[in-house]
Design a protein around this ligand. Structure first.
Ligand code: HEM
Length: 207
């Protein structure tokens, strides 16, 4: 029983950092092509369509859907056991611990809406290709824009703070000094990725 929990925790941790981390980077990279306007984003999206359908579907299923479902569902179980008390102690690490869980809850709702609407409904059910123009139209509603920026920031913070906790979980950073160094680096990365998100989201209002 102890061993099952131990290995599930390790798998959850690896899945979050390696698999979902790669998905997050790929997603930010592709979406940042919007900075170059309709042609930039549409070309990037068309290039992905060049991947043969069975391989693309296999990647979506094995590389995104299954790891995300495993990490998400087991993550909900972990988050339900968490005792968040940032106010009581106030240390940065306690706040980060609580934020790791709050961003997880927010992502559960955001990802169901984001994937359910754009991937399953628009692309899957109606067969409409995703394009700069479609997203520009979607972002006419300011509430949608705010929710999307918050969804991206939540995923970015969750991932970057996860780098620090991953290094502790796997014994990579043992002392407080090493943990602080990794924490500063990952929060720096968090700030950069959050800024890139704001820049590419603003592109929809510039063209
Ligand atoms: C679908 C919603 C998600 C939920 C409910 C969720 C839940 C959680 C929870 C509760 C933890 C803390 C685990 C612990 O303390 O042992 C965690 C860690 C982590 N998550 Fe997520 N997560 C979600 C999505 C994501 C996504 C999209 C990514 C990547 C972009 C990600 C990356 C990570 C990383 C890197 C860790 C740190 C692993 C570690 O400490 O070893 N998660 N997640």
């Amino acid at each position: 029983m102890f061993h099952t929990t131990f290995y599930l925790r390790r798998l959850h941790s690896l899945c979050g950092l390696v698999v979902l981390g790669l998905v997050l980077f790929e997603h930010i990279f592709t979406n940042s092509m919007a900075i170059f306007g309709p042609q930039g984003l549409n070309t990037a999206l068309e290039m992905m369509e060049l991947i043969p359908k069975p391989i693309f579907m296999g990647l979506e299923l094995g590389g995104i859907a299954i790891p995300l479902l495993f990490h998400g569902i087991y993550g909900i179980y972990i988050a339900m056991q968490a005792n968040n008390n940032p106010g009581r102690f106030g240390y940065i690490r306690n706040w980060n611990f609580a934020l790791q869980r709050w961003t997880a809850w927010f992502m559960v709702v955001f990802l169901v809406w984001h994937v359910g609407y754009l991937r399953v409904y628009v692309k899957g059910v109606t067969g409409t290709p995703i394009s700069f123009e479609l997203l520009q139209n979607f972002f006419q509603n300011p509430i949608v824009v705010v929710l999307y920026v918050l969804g991206m920031w939540a995923a970015i913070f969750h991932f970057c703070n996860g780098i620090t906790t991953f290094c502790m979980t796997w014994g990579i950073t043992k002392g407080p000094r090493a943990q602080n160094v990794i924490s500063y680096i990952s929060m720096g990365l968090c700030a950069v990725l959050c800024l890139i998100t704001v820049v590419f989201m603003s592109s929809y209002f510039m063209y």
